[in-house]
Structures are given as structure tokens and as C-alpha cells.
Design a protein around this ligand. Structure first.
Ligand SMILES: *Cc1c(COP(=O)(O)O)cnc(C)c1O
Length: 357
């Protein structure tokens, strides 16, 4: 039996989108391929509220995270980590020989604008990375406040990991001053895993031009140059299947209406949060609780594995805590095409398993 996924990626994918994945192939050096990529880029710009160029990568989101820090750090990167995905970004820098320092917050706590200001005021850094929505702890960072601080540092390239939030909550890339906003297909966009997307500002282009060793496959400047020189084509062979599906899914997202889509995510987050507060507790401070995934503190010390096994028998799946937070927390994702009714149903089934017998 198929288990409906309430995990923070991969998510449930609609039948229509799955069907688009099986569109017959076209040549990747054809006018049709250019038109497909251009169409995706135009729609992604709306979703990201940006005028910047859009880059596609046939990799998961991690590919563009690695590509961004490697391609655009000239001097030194400041990596702000609030959990597993921030830590991963620092590891990517370290293992690529990119000079970087990590500034961590305690699990469940955000990156504060004060932290960013203090670090950047040293003048040591020309690139920062921020995790918009830390999937391991369910924290959504205060990016509007961080944007205010960033205005003081116009020379710093701002990279934002929006892998588990873009498409589920409003991220106004240009207004926030983000140079590289990264996401991937298998979370709030509601597609199968296998493709990543980012915005790439002129400032990021100029920074990358000054970096000598950018690699090949994840060289963001190479992806950008191909778009400009080859009319929206991709340097190697992209996952055309994802591109067909993404182009179609972006139409559906725009048809739903961005404000409606974000409101639906808030509504679902509201249900899960109230349930969590009533039956358990929230892991992060409520002010920073994510709109796309809720991390619940396991105050009753339930056996999350056993709960998930029972849920599986009913055709559902949620997530245990991530890494060290396994068992201490568990997570329910409310992202992509999931409907509020489905969340209510899931919560009532969990109640049935945990509290009624
Ligand atoms: C899932 C996730 C990633 C990694 O993305 P992949 O597409 O699996 O490579 C990075 N950051 C965050 C916040 C995520 O949730």
C-alpha cells in the first residue's frame, strides 16, 4: 500500500505531475528545450519575486548549495547554522577548500540579525549563507530582520537555503537582498526529487568571475553563461522529465494563486501547532515555528517508530527527529499540495493511535 507522505521531502506528488514526468524526450539542444527552460525561469521569477536570472541544476538542492559557496566566495564565507543543513553547508565549504567560518545557534533557536551584524562588521567575509527554514528543527529564520542588517553590507553575497520553504511561504528574494536563493523540487514545489533551482543576481555573477576554481558541474557562472550565450540551454544534459513536470506544476501553483498557496500552508501549520501544543509541545519557540514543517517536542516520550509503523498500516507516514533529535522530537510536514483536510485527518488518526484504546 502507498503511504501518504507527511515527511519534509520527498512529498506527495499529484498524478498529473507524475504523468508529465513521462513526456516523450526532446533534444536538449533544440529550440523546444530553450523554450521549456525559458518558460520555467519566467514562472520561477514570479514565485521568487525576483528579476534575477534563474539557474536549474540536475542535482538535488545540495548541489546548488555546494555550487554557490564554491563559485562565489572570493575571500571568506560566514556560514550561519541553526541545524543539520547549515552544518552541511559549512562542510561543503571546508571540503572544497573554501575558507569559511561557522556561526551556530542552539538547536531550536534562529540566526539573529544581531549575530549577522556582529560577524559582518569584522569585514572578514564577502559571502554569507543563511538557512531560511531549518528542516531538522522546524525553525524559520527572521529573514526580514536579517535583510535590514544586510543593507549595511552591499558587497557581501547573500545565499539563502530555501529548500524546504520556497513555494510554501512568501520569500521576496529581491526585497530581501538575496543574491542566490536555492530550492529543490521535492519539497514545497510538489515534484519528485532530482532537480534544484536558484536565483542568481548580477552581484553573484560578478563575484563568481573573480573566483578561479569553480569546478565544472556545479559552476554557477557556467550555468549562467550558457543561458546567456546559448539562449536558455544547459551545459550538460538536464533532466528534461523534471523540466516538463516543473513547467506544468508552476502553472498549477500560479493558478492556485501565490497568496492562496501561502495562506493554505499557514492554515495547515496552525492546525499542527495547536495540536502539538495541546498534546505535546513545540520544539522551537513559537515565534520562529516553520510554516512548512512542525518539529514537535516528544514530551510524552512516545515511541515514534512504533507510531509511524501504525500510521503506515493506515497509509500514512510522518518523520522522526533528525540526527541527534531522533526520538526527542518528531516532525510533521505540511507542504506542497497537501490540503488542510488531509492534515486534520492525519492528526485524528494519530490521536486514535496514541490516545484511544
Ligand atoms: C532537504 C533540505 C536540503 C537538502 O536538499 P536536497 O534536495 O535533499 O539536496 C537542504 N536544506 C534544507 C533546509 C532542506 O530541508
Amino acid at each position: 500500500m502507498h503511504k501518504r507522505l507527511f515527511i519534509p521531502g520527498p512529498v506527495e506528488v499529484s498524478k498529473e505531475v507524475l504523468q508529465k514526468m513521462s513526456t516523450p524526450m526532446i533534444g536538449h539542444r533544440t529550440k523546444d528545450a530553450s523554450n521549456l527552460q525559458r518558460s520555467i525561469s519566467e514562472k520561477m521569477r514570479k514565485l521568487m519575486y525576483t528579476e534575477s536570472e534563474i539557474l536549474l541544476s540536475t542535482s538535488s538542492g545540495s548541489g546548488l548549495m555546494e555550487g554557490a559557496i564554491r563559485s562565489c566566495t572570493r575571500k571568506r564565507a560566514a556560514v550561519f547554522s541553526i541545524g543539520a543543513f547549515g552544518d552541511r553547508w559549512h562542510k561543503m565549504a571546508a571540503t572544497n577548500g573554501v575558507p569559511a567560518d561557522k556561526f551556530s545557534s542552539e538547536p531550536g533557536k534562529p540566526t539573529t540579525p544581531e549575530m549577522v551584524d556582529e560577524v559582518l562588521s569584522t569585514g572578514k567575509y564577502d559571502l554569507i549563507t543563511i538557512t531560511h527554514n531549518e528542516t531538522s528543527t522546524g525553525v524559520m529564520n527572521p529573514v526580514e530582520e536579517i535583510a535590514e542588517v544586510m543593507k549595511k553590507y552591499p558587497e557581501v553575497v547573500y545565499c539563502l537555503d530555501a529548500v524546504s520553504s520556497l513555494g510554501g511561504t512568501k520569500i521576496e528574494v529581491d526585497k530581501l537582498g538575496v543574491d542566490i536563493c536555492i530550492t529543490s523540487t521535492q519539497k514545497c514545489l510538489g515534484l519528485p526529487p532530482g532537480m534544484a533551482i536558484c536565483s542568481f543576481s548580477e552581484k553573484a555573477v560578478e563575484a563568481a568571475k573573480q573566483v578561479q576554481f569553480r569546478g565544472v558541474y556545479l559552476d554557477l557562472l557556467d550555468l549562467y553563461n550558457y543561458i546567456k550565450k546559448k539562449d536558455y540551454q544547459y551545459p550538460s544534459t538536464p533532466s528534461l522529465s523534471h523540466m516538463f513536470a516543473l513547467d506544468y506544476q508552476l502553472d498549477r501553483i500560479l493558478e492556485e494563486g501565490l497568496e492562496n498557496r501561502f495562506a493554505r500552508h499557514s492554515e495547515m501549520a496552525g492546525y499542527v501547532r495547536s495540536w502539538a501544543k495541546e498534546k505535546f509541545d513545540l520544539f522551537p519557540e513559537e515565534k520562529y515555528a516553520s510554516n512548512t514543517v512542525t518539529a514537535i517536542k516528544n514530551t510524552r516520550n512516545i515511541d515514534v517508530g512504533a507510531l509511524n509503523k501504525k500510521l503506515g498500516e493506515a497509509g500514512y507516514m510522518i518523520s522522526d527527529g533528525y540526527g541527534d533529535l531522533k526520538g526527542v522530537t518528531f516532525r510533521i510536514a505540511h507542504m506542497a499540495d497537501t490540503q488542510p483536510e488531509e492534515i486534520k485527518k492525519l492528526l485524528s488518526i494519530i490521536d486514535g493511535i496514541l490516545f484511544e484504546n
